[in-house]
Design a protein around this ligand. Structure first.
Ligand SMILES: Cc1cc2nc3c(=O)[nH]c(=O)nc-3n(C[C@H](O)[C@H](O)[C@H](O)COP(=O)(O)OP(=O)(O)OC[C@H]3O[C@@H](n4cnc5c(N)ncnc54)[C@H](O)[C@@H]3O)c2cc1C
Ligand SMILES: NC(=O)c1ccc[n+]([C@@H]2O[C@H](COP(=O)([O-])OP(=O)(O)OC[C@H]3O[C@@H](n4cnc5c(N)ncnc54)[C@H](O)[C@@H]3O)[C@@H](O)[C@H]2O)c1
Ligand code: SF4
Ligand code: FES
Length: 803
């Protein structure tokens, strides 16, 4: 029997999800052809914000790779645009002159970004934020330029702005209204959000109408309606989107704002459907994936002649994906005469909650600062629950198990990935799942924005009952596995695994070769467990660590020679000055860690420069001991009671080059005046009467944290012993990329104190760190001595395996 021919126009999130729904119902009935204008397999557009923010990479956001199309006998034409729909002859025509016939056609062409049509909008340096190409453009621009402007203070604009800040740019957000995200937030929440983002480093120009983009060929500035001007090197237009309807319109399909569809996503032309952001259903065009996935499900059922109610519209909920900011909004947010509200505002903690009630029913909510109730509110508002039910639910156990219990199996837990309660319960039971991460691995729930995690946890608790163990809720080390850091480390030890590939094969990684998260982590764990046997995999390291220098925005490197304890000599300074002259170093800067940074060094000059310097690497790029900052102490300072420089130099000489889960900074101050800032270091030493105080877990970076007093000791020997034990325990216990400030809070200071109180344990830890230290090598010297490494890394174009 010949198969029915389905053609999908648009290889995006809604279209491909609809095909998955079709395959779920009947995997053999259709011959499927997909056209995608973008040259990639189906990817998670939502995650572009995370790519820009540096939390993931483009390679890791694929939803269905090329194998998926082959496995399901789907003919995919990527990088090919459909130009015309010939509804009469039931065929589509593409820009490559291909003509493909269909029995049923699905249009899923998504949206186009709204580019404000002001003079200059076509200049180089003006971009939208919609696809991989835009994302790459912004990342590349940030390497050369400094000033960015984002037009639009909606979800997209703010996520873009956070990403650009992370890329090292100064960011102005230009917004038309006087409240950010005014479509989702009320004034109170909008202002709180603005304050929080200002703290993160964003600047805002509110109530501003862009009049012109200035510059010659490339953008140089923006002029506003009120005459004010600002300078900028990049303009990101995030002022909304428009349904991509031109193809449908030109082909005679009925279009209003979007392509008009009924509850089964049928257009006015027989056998032609539209789904996703391009479709208009009951006068609403949606711009979030949850409703689009519901549309896809309803459409698939109809195409497969399954009895189904059809799509009836959705209540929208949103969550901003900016770390450190918790904002949630669902349904109605504007108060009117006939509405009532329940509000909570805690200015001290920065928490605001508003629930809007219409005719005694839950109609909408805004949460800021604490969004843990978000999914519960979404569910109540979705079913227009009685306000009494909310009050009852709020009084119920915080676990929320009562709420998930009352949900129907068909209700969605994870909107982003369209995973229902029934799907999750089934997976928990059939596959003996016990953690949120395992549920993510098996069902995709919580894979995208992560907002549904609390609900998934509630559902686990509800399904497993007494056997649910909150304490084992674990985080998988990345999306390639459901195993946590502890499980992987235990398996490496138990099974004697010795290579990253072996770990991936034996422990059943879902991807071949892992991803940018797990490769460096496995490389670290293997090296930590077997320092003598394991051969470091350079290709699994981040680019700075591979190159032994910090790559800068313009592609040059910075070079920081080691200066033990921040102490230098005229001879070393002379060498540095000569090298700076010889290699025409454009900037020499004294760092906060008391050493000298030579900026703007060309990649090919690095080995020569290191050879001329003949000094050890300061490891300013590594996950290892960075600096030991010291004050002058008793040698010169009249307050000094101890030899801070002597001790600092000794500490740095002993522990330099040791691999740690994240960078590790130390400092020694010779009295409590603390001139070396010992209170904000991973390990800080402070001279006091009769000895030294040791402080741990401090951080002077983005997440400022004062270090905790760990212990007081009398002698330098005891300081060295305690540092060795503390560092090794951190090396063995922390998750890769976890700073001590986070680790100390996670495992508890008392716990670490208890472990290190035992002399035998301290000795064992010191023995292990000594073993690891015994095999470290000076990296710059290794490069100078190896012609092969010099050629491979410094004289050819680098093929980046890991960012
Ligand atoms: C940076 C960013 C972050 C986001 N974050 C979230 C979020 O956190 N939560 C959320 O719910 N939503 C989020 N969204 C919105 C979400 O990504 C979209 O709602 C969703 O991708 C829309 O799916 P779609 O299939 O309708 O359109 P798209 O995913 O845009 O797919 C349409 C595809 O059709 C292709 N196409 C168009 N015309 C043709 C043609 N003639 N021939 C061939 N191919 C064609 C396009 O190239 C495109 O690849 C975000 C969007 C962006 C850009
Ligand atoms: N976390 C998420 O859920 C998320 C993240 C990113 C994008 N998205 C979706 O992607 C789509 C696009 O997002 P968006 O933020 O561009 O759309 P949007 O329509 O939600 O917001 C656009 C914002 O730009 C402002 N604006 C409009 N014209 C302007 C002008 N001339 N000058 C300054 N500001 C102007 C508007 O006031 C509005 O706040 C939406 O559908 C959104 O839901 C969702
Ligand atoms: S910390 Fe104390 S000893 Fe050290 S420089 Fe400052 S005042 Fe002097
Ligand atoms: S709701 Fe976004 S990942 Fe589940």
């Amino acid at each position: 029997m010949t198969k029915e021919k389905i053609v999908l126009i648009g290889n995006g999130m809604a279209g491909v999800r609809s095909i998955e729904e079709l395959l779920k119902i009947d995997s053999d009935r259709f011959h499927i052809t997909i056209f995608g204008e973008e040259p990639y397999p189906n990817y998670n557009r939502i995650q572009l914000s995370k790519v820009l923010q540096g939390d993931t990479e483009i390679a890791d956001i694929t939803l269905n790779d090329w194998n998926w199309y082959a496995k399901n006998n789907i003919q995919i034409y990527s990088g090919e645009k459909v130009m015309q729909i010939d509804a009469e002859n039931k065929a589509v025509h593409t820009d490559k002159k291909r003509v493909v016939a269909y029995d049923k056609l699905i249009i899923a062409t998504g949206s186009v970004p709204f580019i404000i049509p002001v003079p200059g909008h076509e200049k180089e340096g003006v971009t939208a934020f919609r696809d991989i190409k835009d994302c790459e453009k912004m990342i590349n621009t940030s390497k050369e330029y400094k000033k960015a402007s984002v037009i639009g203070g909606g979800l997209l604009g703010l996520e873009a702005a956070r990403g650009l800040l992370n890329l090292g740019m100064d960011v102005n957000v230009i917004h038309l209204a006087d409240v950010l995200m005014e479509r989702q937030l009320d004034e109170t929440a909008g202002k709180m959000l603005q304050k929080e983002l200002e703290k993160q480093g964003m600047s805002f120009l509110m109530n501003k109408q862009t009049a012109e983009i200035l510059g010659e060929d490339r953008v140089e500035g923006i002029r506003f309606g009120d005459g004010e001007q600002i300078e900028t090197d990049l303009v990101v237009m995030a002022a909304g989107i428009r349904p991509n309807t031109s193809l449908a319109k030109e082909s005679g399909i009925a279009v209003n704002r979007g392509i008009l569809v009924n509850d089964y996503m049928e257009t006015n032309i027989p056998d032609v459907y539209a789904v996703g952001e391009c479709a208009e259903h009951r006068e609403v065009v949606y711009g979030l994936v949850a409703p689009l996935y519901e549309q896809g499900k309803a459409m698939a059922a109809h195409i497969c002649d399954e009895p189904a109610a059809g799509y009836e519209g959705s209540v929208l909920s949103t969550q901003l994906k900016v770390s450190g900011v918790d904002v949630f909004s669902v349904g109605e947010i504007v108060e009117e005469e006939e509405t009532k509200t329940i509000k909570m505002f805690d200015d001290w903690k920065g928490v605001y909650k508003k629930v809007l009630i219409r005719d005694g029913k839950m109609a909408g909510a805004v949460l800021f600062g604490d969004t843990s109730e978000g999914n519960k509110l979404l569910r109540l508002i979705n079913k227009k629950a009685d306000v009494e039910e909310y009050i009852g639910a709020a009084e119920e156990a915080a676990s929320g198990a009562g709420l998930v219990a009352s949900m129907d199996d068909s209700e969605l837990i994870c909107g982003c990935n369209g995973v229902s309660k029934g799907d999750i319960v089934c997976a928990i039971k059939e596959k003996d799942l016990t953690t949120v991460d395992e549920v993510k691995g098996c069902t995709s729930a919580s894979r995208s924005c992560g907002g549904c995690k609390p609900l998934v946890a509630d559902l686990l608790a509800h399904t497993l009952g007494d056997s649910f163990d909150a304490s084992i809720q674990k985080e998988a080390i990345c999306g390639c596995t459901t195993l946590s850091r502890d499980e992987v480390v235990e398996a490496i030890r138990e099974k004697g695994l010795s290579h990253t590939r072996e770990v991936m094969n034996v422990l059943g990684w879902s991807t071949e070769g892992g991803c940018s998260k797990c490769r460096p982590a496995l490389n670290y764990y293997l090296g930590m467990i077997k320092p003598k046997e394991y051969e470091d995999e350079k290709e699994s390291r981040f680019v700075n660590e591979r190159m032994h220098g910090n790559i800068q925005k313009d592609g040059t490197y910075s070079v920081v020679p080691r200066m033990y304890g921040g102490v230098t000599s005229a001879e070393d300074l002379r060498k540095i000055a000569d090298v700076a002259d010889k290699y025409k170093v454009p900037l020499i800067k004294v760092t906060g860690g008391q050493r000298i940074d030579l900026f703007g060094v060309k990649k090919e000059d690095l080995p020569g420069m290191w050879a001329d310097l003949d000094m050890p690497s300061g490891y300013a790029y590594g996950k290892t001991l960075r600096t030991v900052k010291t004050c002058v102490g008793e040698s010169f300072c009249r307050f000094g009671t101890q030899d801070s420089m002597g001790l600092g130099v000794r500490m740095e000489k002993k522990f330099e080059r040791i691999g740690t889960p994240h960078k590790f900074k130390m400092a020694v101050s010779a009295c409590p005046r603390n001139c070396a800032e010992s209170g904000i270091k991973d390990l800080g030493v402070v001279g006091v009467d009769g000895g030294w105080e040791l402080y741990v877990g401090g951080n002077g970076g983005t997440h400022l944290r004062a270090a905790d007093l760990f212990c007081k000791v009398k002698t330098d020997e005891e300081v060295m012993e305690m540092i060795g034990a503390f560092m090794q325990y951190y090396r063995e216990d922390a998750v890769y990329l976890e700073r001590t400030s986070v680790w100390v809070e996670r495992v508890g200071l008392d716990h670490i104190k208890e472990v290190l109180a035992d002399k035998a344990t301290r000795d064992a830890l010191n023995a292990r760190i000594d073993e690891a230290l015994s095999v470290t090598k000076e990296p710059w010297k290794e490069v100078i001595d190896s012609e092969k490494t010099r050629k491979e890394l410094y004289e050819t174009e680098l093929v980046s395996a890991t960012k």
